[in-house]
Design a protein around this ligand. Structure first.
Ligand code: FES
Length: 103
């Protein structure tokens, strides 16, 4: 599948977050789920996801002040330095095999 820039909210720069212990560059102003898609376009695009807050398949856990906090990634905007420490089993995000841009 090709990348469609218009699927992302407008952004001017990439920000650094940590996903499963690995530093990644993702587009600011976008939901966490869009950022996962940015990194792994095919698998996230083809996953069983509603993208509108209904299915909860996109749940991720972020570290917040030393505690885990579950958030709905399609409804949560990414932030610089965010640490995503766990992903729903329904999110097909591999720790290897990114699309070219983040290798
Ligand atoms: S994708 Fe369904 S709730 Fe986020």
């Amino acid at each position: 599948m090709e990348t469609h820039p218009e699927m992302f909210a407008p952004y001017e720069r990439l920000i650094e977050v940590e996903i499963l212990g690995r530093k990644r560059q993702v587009p600011e102003n976008n939901s966490i789920l869009r950022c996962l898609q940015f990194l792994q376009m095919d698998s996230i695009s083809n996953a069983d996801l509603c993208w509108n807050g209904d299915c909860l398949n996109c749940q991720v856990w972020i570290e917040n002040k030393g505690k885990e906090k579950a958030v709905i990634s399609c409804r949560t905007t990414v932030a610089e330095g965010m640490k995503i420490i766990r992903l729903s089993k329904d999110l097909p995000f591999a720790t290897v095999g990114d699309t070219e841009r983040n290798k």
